[in-house]
Design a binder for this molecule. Structure first.
Ligand code: ZN
Length: 276
């Protein structure tokens, strides 16, 4: 891929805007540029009255492998956010602004959103997909959040109990098991499973159909459905979990494990095993 290729692509077709993560060489690992890129595309989709539905997709074999830890703990040039992570206060601020607030913006986006998920959808990749109103998975999609054994208290927003039910969420998180697309559908994590080669077309068809709803109606009903989840305690539980997640980041358990990983010579090894 040419170096000047944007890390996020934006395209409008009829009433549907598609935001495509474009770091296929790292399985769309989310670094600062990618997170900022999605946010900028949301600004465009919000401002454009022609856009009624937003699709979030990932270029290449995988939807997203999670946060780009190579950019956080690796040997790449630190950006301003990574430099902040040297203190618990900075880490808290980084994750609050770039992970929690950016994700919640997608969750509360006034227009309906659809995630188109193929390949691996891991840790913060799963968190990102779950911010969308609907999820369409291709038959090769897999879902996993294996960060607990690497000391992480899940990722920043605990989506699992809302997506899988509490008992399954415990199993999913403690075992780090991988759910295939059919199992994800059975559990209600995804709306539809479609053949990989038809993913784009089937998501477009679904988006076109949702776009038939007048925008204000779609917005009001989305808000009411999200409010139902709010009344069930969704945001309050997320708020609690984020603080628990932060506390865990700063424990001896987590910091000594992080130091051990940083000492490893191969950063690709770290990248492969630690996605939050
Ligand atoms: Zn974190």
């Amino acid at each position: 891929m040419p170096k000047d290729e944007p890390v996020v692509l934006y395209e409008v077709r009829g009433h549907v805007a598609t935001i495509t993560m474009n770091r296929p060489e790292v399985a769309n690992a989310q670094d600062t540029a990618l997170i900022d890129g999605i946010d900028a595309c949301l600004d465009q989709a919000d401002a454009d009255d022609e856009v009624r539905v937003v699709v979030l997709a990932g270029n290449g074999k995988h939807f997203s492998s999670g946060h780009d830890l190579k950019a956080l703990v690796g040997d790449t040039e630190p950006d301003e956010w990574r430099r902040m992570r040297d203190t618990p206060e900075g880490k808290f601020r980084h994750e609050q602004v770039m992970y929690v607030e950016r994700c919640q913006r997608i969750y509360h986006f006034r227009k309906p959103t659809i995630a188109a998920v193929q390949g691996a959808c891991v840790a913060a990749g799963l968190m990102l997909a779950c911010m969308c109103d609907l999820i369409v998975a291709s038959d090769d999609a897999t879902f996993q959040n294996p960060v607990l054994r690497m000391t992480g208290a899940g990722v920043e927003l605990l989506v699992e109990p809302w997506e899988l039910g509490i008992r399954k969420a415990k199993e999913f998180l403690w075992t780090g098991e991988t759910l295939d697309a059919q199992e994800a559908w059975r559990l209600g994590l995804v709306n539809r499973v479609v053949p990989r080669e038809e993913l784009t077309q089937r998501v477009d068809e679904l988006a076109d159909r949702v776009a038939l709803v007048p925008p204000t109606t779609a917005q009001v009903v989305k808000d009411s459905l999200n409010n139902t989840a709010t009344l069930m305690g969704k945001e309050a539980s997320w708020k609690y979990h984020f603080m628990a997640h932060q506390w865990m980041h700063n424990t001896e358990t987590a910091t000594s494990a992080l130091k051990a990983r940083q000492a490893k010579s191969s950063m690709s090894e770290v990248f492969a095993e630690h996605r939050d």
